[in-house]
Design a protein around this ligand. Structure first.
Ligand code: ATP
Length: 937
């Protein structure tokens, strides 16, 4: 790597990050390979490392975080804060120094908490971005390896297939029906067809058909491309447009809360003005006194902590989900999780382990069992019914077996490596299993490449369900293919290939296909839960150097069926059970065979009474389709279009649907579902782009955990609201009631401001750290369009607000009647209000879990800490001389504290009684859900 890099190194002194190579579209692949010192067989590992050191990682710079000052200022851009600022200004004008100071403190404390927490949220989202790595298939020493796309260097040769996100700027050197969606760069919504032909230098970017650009999506076909530019030097790097992984739009709940906040603020302002007018006109207070009271009411009633609490609850939840392998790409989806009542999932890899091993091979005349584990190519073949395995040397005596293994090896893109005593698969597990099976028969990769080099291919597409390769073919191996020097090797879904085959490979050559025999074998293998692949072949005329789907139609010869075991994941069985208890229906929508799907479905505990295939779905009327979508839980041999139709049918029936997908064609279904979930490992980049979530472990159990987490986040937000609104009501109504009835104020406006400052942000904040309740996955999903303020919440607001205010009045009067000073009586009133809130916090931590249960005390840390902090502040407030002067209070006795505790604690009993009722109602609902489920199974 001398010529080109050296000249550009000189340029880069003038230009920051110039492209390494400009005008690649106008050069031939050979010229470029020479310029980049590359070869079609790819770079060596050592060379790639040297280049990475020189040119850096293939990454775009991450957008810089919001500057601190802007984040700080943003905290003040909020309706609540505007009202508070106006209140502070009025207090200042009235020369009420204490009030002004306390209001300013509320504003600052609130802003500081918002600032710190928002920073944490941003950092969490950023961390998630860096977790989501994309992989590329790169050619090294002639073979394909999947590597982290950030490791690509100029000169690498990359393989592309449908669904891939192009990992760097590439000059295409081989292309098969490649189309790319380049809307990101060119704004063109139609995908662009690609070729390898060299273009004139003046060709515009949008028309450079021989280039594939970083960040664009492959919608169809396959290709090999030479990496020309990486990272910041790519076209997308030049326009510096980073496709944000996490879209930070406001969530429905945030919008709903924003609206609620506005309505509350208006209501509070009206109430405050009305109280002021009443106080002046009816109770003869002065304007200055009423201003002070009004400010107290407004500040107390405004739930200024709410917006920050929702943001924090969401950010914490998103972080926890990432730790559990669910990456959130669209924040609003987190809230929807709690309402999901149907999960439509793939089978392979999500419900099953996707650790495939070929266990059985059925040819026209024999049935073999294959030993060995995982991807280690060690094991042998044994005829069914015989005890001894067949010796490797003797395998050649069975041409059907040898032939099947050759097809399995030739028609295959998987690659195995052996590092650190571990066999590692690069590529698709189905192909990996067949590759390993072929190696067990004594064939080698090298032999395959030398004797049967690939000339052309039809890549696997889930609609066609087969893959075919055209390869040269050395007739000295003595098989029955005839005299042509080219042959096709095909593998695919058996039902599909049985439609296409006319022959089968018999002991003495091709014989007519015995469809009944093969169908029987297929059913037997599938009924054992195996994934079955058919292996077929055909000679190919020498004068036709390429392959089309038409070639599949004449004279295809069936050679064997391979049975691959892919056991259900044990954790998926438990997760499906948990979903059922949570009132969530689990539907399996797979591309696999219906018999395999039913067998695996049954093992997983799904409703396997009836299995529908995509072909059957296609024949249904819309009404029947909708009915089937409601009642059948297993769908097999489905197309991406079937998936989309199922989501739509379920949504019309008012279900909230989560749908998993991995293929490029799954994108419409993923986008339409209420929650699209892409597979991080096996999924295509196209599926990821279309999804709200990405599962980094492809595991169904992770979806169940994410649903539980989503429910917890929503619970915690509602718990915070159920804490803030009633306590604010209690604080504000104390002043309002006193003015209305002409009573002496038990708590002065300045003292109310103090209470609000120390409790609003400390106590309520503790609730967003709450863990899931015991029954989180035993309750039915939340109604999707249920409003924020339900009847139960309204009851809670009035109960707690009313009781809090009443307790304060009663204690205040009692203390005065005992002959205490007004300062002492007010100290009692203020402390009663705060201790009341502390007791309420203790019990409001859960909606269902009882305070008398040991489980309740686990995870109480944050609430306890908040209470301790608040109590310390109250002691300072009550006994510190400075505070006594500022707030006009006097110290109280230990006996007073005990009376306060006695008088304020009954709130715990009241809320606990409410929980008993809630638990009973929930148990009744649960029995109904279980009953429905057992009726189905
Ligand atoms: P799921 O939708 O649950 O992930 P799936 O992986 O079986 O199921 P597809 O990937 O669409 O769905 O595969 C459909 C069928 O195509 C498989 O059952 C198999 O018979 C066949 N098949 C899968 N992979 C290949 C491949 N690499 N080459 C040839 N045929 C394949």
């Amino acid at each position: 790597m001398h010529n080109i890099t050296d000249s550009v190194a000189a340029d880069s002194l003038l230009l920051k990050d110039p492209p390494l190579l400009d005008g690649a579209h106008a050069q031939t692949p050979e010229q470029l390979l020479t310029a980049l010192n590359g070869i079609v067989a790819g770079l060596t590992e050592a060379e790639s490392t040297t280049r990475r050191l020189r040119w850096g990682d293939n990454q775009l710079p991450v957008t810089p975080p919001t500057p601190a000052w802007r984040r700080w200022l943003r905290q003040f851009h909020n309706l609540f804060i505007y009202v508070l600022l106006i209140s502070a200004t009025i207090s200042l004008v009235l020369q009420h120094w204490v009030d002004t100071g306390v209001i300013l403190a509320v504003i600052l404390v609130n802003a500081a908490i918002g600032y710190v927490q928002e920073g944490k949220a941003e950092a969490a989202l950023r961390a998630i971005m860096s977790l989501s790595k994309s992989l590329s298939m790169v050619v090294r020493n002639g073979a394909g390896f999947s590597i982290d796309s950030s490791q690509l260097v100029p000169g690498d040769v990359v393989m592309l297939q449908a669904g891939d996100k192009v990992p760097a700027d590439l000059r295409l050197i081989e292309c098969k029906e490649l189309r790319c969606d380049e809307a990101l760069l060119t704004g063109e919504s139609q995908s662009a067809a690609k070729t390898t032909a060299t273009l004139p230098p003046e060709t515009l970017l949008a028309e450079r058909r021989n280039m594939a650009y970083m960040g664009t999506l492959v919608t169809q076909g396959t290709a090999r491309g030479l990496v020309i530019n990486t990272g910041i030097r790519t076209e997308i790097g030049a326009i510096n447009q980073l496709v944000q992984l996490v879209k930070t739009t406001a969530t429905p709940l945030q919008l709903q809360l924003g609206k609620l906040a506005q309505q509350l603020t208006i209501a509070i302002l009206v109430l405050t003005i009305a109280t002021m007018a009443f106080g002046i006109l009816v109770r003869d207070y002065t304007l200055a006194q009423m201003f002070q009271a009004a400010i107290g009411i407004a500040v107390a009633a405004i739930p200024e902590g709410l917006p920050a609490i929702v943001t924090i609850a969401l950010a914490l939840g998103v972080g926890r989900m990432a730790a559990e392998h669910a990456l959130v790409r669209r924040l609003p989806a987190v809230e929807v999780l709690g309402s999901v009542d149907v999960i439509c999932t793939d089978k392979t890899g999500t419900l099953t382990a996707n650790a495939m091993t070929a266990r059985q091979l059925v040819t026209t005349n024999n049935h073999y069992l294959i030993s060995g584990e995982g991807y280690e190519p060690r094991g042998n073949f044994r005829r069914k019914g015989e005890r001894q395995p067949i010796a490797l040397e003797a395998l050649g005596e069975d041409p059907q077996l040898v032939h099947a293994c050759r097809i399995a090896l030739v028609c295959n893109d998987a690659n195995l490596t052996h590092d650190n005593n571990r066999w590692q698969l690069h590529g698709d597990p189905t192909e990996g299993a067949l590759h390993v099976m072929a190696l067990k028969s004594g064939l080698t990769n090298k032999q395959s490449k030398q004797q049967w080099p690939r000339l052309d291919e039809l890549p696997f597409e889930s609609e066609k369900r087969y893959m075919a390769v055209l390869h040269r073919f050395d007739n000295s191996t003595g098989d029955n293919l005839g005299n042509d020097a080219q042959a096709m090797a095909v593998k695919g879904a058996p039902d599909r290939l049985l439609e296409l085959c006319q022959w089968q490979l018999g002991e003495s050559g091709n014989e007519p296909l015995d469809k009944a025999y093969w169908h029987q074998q297929l059913t037997d293998l599938a009924a054992q839960g195996m994934r079955v692949l058919a292996l077929a072949c055909k000679t190919h005329p020498d004068d036709q150097p390429s392959l089309t789907h038409k070639h599949m139609h004449e004279g295809l010869v069936m050679v064997a069926l391979a049975g691959l075991s892919d056991p259900p994941r044990p954790e998926a069985i438990a997760a499906i059970d948990a979903c059922h208890s949570a009132g969530i229906r689990v539907m399996m929508i797979t591309g696999d065979n219906p018999v395999t799907a039913a067998a695996i479905g049954k093992e997983l505990g799904l409703n396997a009474k009836r299995v529908m295939t995509g072909a059957e779905l296609d024949l249904l009327s819309p009404a029947d389709f909708s009915q089937i979508a409601e009642t059948v839980d297993i769908f097999a041999r489905t197309s991406p279009a079937n998936k989309l139709q199922l989501v739509e049918a379920l949504q019309t029936r008012h279900h909230t649907v989560a749908m998993t997908g991995d293929g490029v064609n799954d994108a419409p279904a993923l986008r339409t579902a209420d929650i699209g979930i892409a597979m991080g490992m096996k999924g295509t980049d196209a599926a990821r782009e279309a999804s709200a979530f990405v599962l980094t472990d492809d595991n169904f159990a992770t979806i169940e955990q994410a649903v539980a987490e989503g429910r917890t986040i929503y619970d915690n937000i509602v718990k915070s609201i159920a804490f803030i609104l009633p306590t604010d009501l209690a604080e504000a109504s104390i002043i309002i009631l006193a003015i209305l009835f002409g009573w002496m104020l038990p708590i002065t406006p300045a003292q109310i401001l103090w209470v609000n400052t120390i409790t609003a942000v400390t106590l309520a904040l503790a609730l967003v750290f709450e863990r899931s309740e015991a029954n989180i996955m035993a309750r039915p999903p939340r109604q999707r369009h249920q409003g924020l303020i339900t009847a139960a919440l309204l009851y809670r607001i009035l109960l707690v607000g009313g009781l809090g205010a009443a307790t304060v009045f009663v204690l205040f009067r009692w203390k005065l009647d005992q002959g205490a000073s007004i300062e002492q009586a007010r100290a009692i009133a203020v402390n009663a209000l705060v201790i009341f809130e502390c007791f309420y916090l203790l019990t409001a931590r859960t909606f269902y879990d009882s305070i008398w249960h040991p489980r309740y005390w686990q995870g109480i840390g944050p609430s306890l800490l908040a209470i301790i902090v608040v109590v310390i502040f109250q002691l300072l407030f009550t006994y510190l001389p400075l505070s006594q002067t500022i707030f006009a209070v006097a110290g109280i006795s230990l006996e007073d504290w005990l009376i306060i505790a006695l008088a304020t604690s009954p709130i715990v009993l009241l809320v606990e009684t409410e929980k008993v009722v809630a638990r009973r109602m929930q148990a009744r609902r649960q029995i109904a859900t279980q009953g429905k489920r057992y009726a189905q199974l």
